[in-house]
Design a protein around this ligand. Structure first.
Ligand code: GLT
Ligand code: MN
Ligand code: MN
Length: 389
């Protein structure tokens, strides 16, 4: 077991250009930190020990850059990657910042905006793939409404589906080795965003032409904003074979979108998440989609980034301790105890099995008498997390 909690490439820790590069602007105040160039951000991430860097098209190349400027920026970025050894596992499109997307991108009511969104995404996919991305995220921040008076909800679903199908076709036609990951969020910046949870995204994927090319990118804060258990959403995605990427951060329930340092608010849920990811053997990026407090200066931003990775590694070690703890494992054995008496009813349906089960006599009162030692078990988890175990 490592006690140093030092990030290494095999941990697959990544950050977006927009995360450590966040200058601290909020709806009530101007930026408080100077804007860092993509090259500076790559060096910062290398300094703190990250494995990779992800970006939106506009994070790297400003939306109005000339072709010459674009070429220069990309060349400098490439050099920074080569100099530091950082990789680009994921890329995405900014389909929310420009005023053109004020009423959505793929689901905008305006056909010209929908077509422009596809064009912008195809170009951004080319850029991402050219820099090594294998995962392409879609976060539809403007796909939604404040009032449903002006939206045809069925058309919006159809447009969203057509857009993802079109882009799957594009990726195949180009021969790219790229998969899509859909990221849900319930609201902010729209009053309500379409397909608001990871579960909704999973159902949507089943309606696509090429569902095998599309998975999800669940984000801690986004499920917490909806009052949901993030690890449950991740488990459902994993079970469906759809956990292509993950956005780690933290968020107090009932608050605005906070994008806090990973594990800084809900340590216990962060623990169950890390335990789950490590136990199932999730091999993708651990992407921190978070930013430092607005009170941070440049040095404190580094502390923020290091903290995300450090907390993950501490919780990973705690998960190993959970597995090795005899008292905890003893309680789990008690909880899952199975005397094999029900084996003949288990598994696939068969008429004989159903007949036998229908006529079996259960001692319902005895079933209701059996409790579970979850209080004892949970306190052991709390002891473990608080460092007294
Ligand atoms: C934006 C959003 C995130 C998304 C990013 C990808 S951009 O910061 O809040 O949750 O993952 O588009
Ligand atoms: Mn977020
Ligand atoms: Mn995110």
């Amino acid at each position: 077991m490592t006690m140093s909690f030092t990030p290494r490439p095999e941990h697959r820790f990544t950050f977006g250009l927009w995360t450590v590069g966040n200058p601290g602007r909020d709806p009530f105040g101007a930026p408080v930190r100077s804007v860092l160039s993509p090259v500076e951000i790559v060096h910062l991430l290398a300094d703190v020990g990250a494995y990779g860097v992800n970006f939106h098209d506009d994070d790297l190349v400003p939306i109005d850059a000339s072709p010459a400027k674009r070429k220069k920026i990309i060349a400098e970025f490439r050099k920074a990657l080569a100099d530091t050894g950082l990789v680009v596992p994921m890329a995405t499109t900014n389909l929310f910042g420009d005023p053109a997307f004020r009423d959505g991108a793929f689901t905008s009511s305006a056909p010209r905006v929908r077509a422009y969104a596809l064009q912008k995404t195809m170009r951004a996919i080319d850029l991402g793939v050219s820099l090594g991305a294998k995962i392409y995220v879609f976060w539809g921040g403007r796909e939604g409404s404040e009032t449903d008076a002006g939206k045809n909800l069925l058309e919006a679903q159809k447009w969203m589906r057509e857009a993802v199908n079109f882009l799957c076709g594009y990726v195949r036609n180009q021969g790219y080795d790229l998969k899509f990951a859909l990221e849900a969020k319930p609201n902010e910046p729209r009053g309500d965003i379409f397909l608001p949870t990871t579960g909704a995204m999973l159902a949507f994927i089943g309606t696509l032409d090429r569902p095998e090319m599309v998975g999800v990118n669940p984000e801690v804060a986004h499920e917490h904003m909806a009052g949901l258990n993030f690890t449950h959403a991740v488990a459902q995605a994993w079970d469906a074979g759809k956990l292509f990427h993950i956005d780690l951060n933290d968020q107090a329930f009932g608050r605005y979108d906070q994008d806090l340092r990973f594990g800084s608010h809900n340590i216990k849920s962060a623990f169950f998440l890390v335990k789950f990811l490590e136990e199932v053997g999730y091999a993708g990026s651990r992407h921190f989609d978070a930013h430092a407090y607005r009170t941070s200066d440049a040095e404190d931003v580094k502390a923020f980034a290091k903290g995300c990775m450090r907390t993950y590694l501490i919780l990973k070690e705690k998960a190993e301790k959970f597995c090795a703890d005899r008292e905890i494992q003893g309680l789990l054995e008690e909880i899952f105890e199975d005397d094999g008496a029900m084996d003949r009813f288990k598994g696939k349906f068969a008429p004989k099995k159903a007949k036998a089960l229908k006529s079996h006599s259960f001692d319902r009162a005895a079933l209701g008498k059996r409790g579970q030692p979850y209080e004892r078990l949970d306190q052991l988890v709390v002891d473990l997390l608080l460092g007294v175990r």
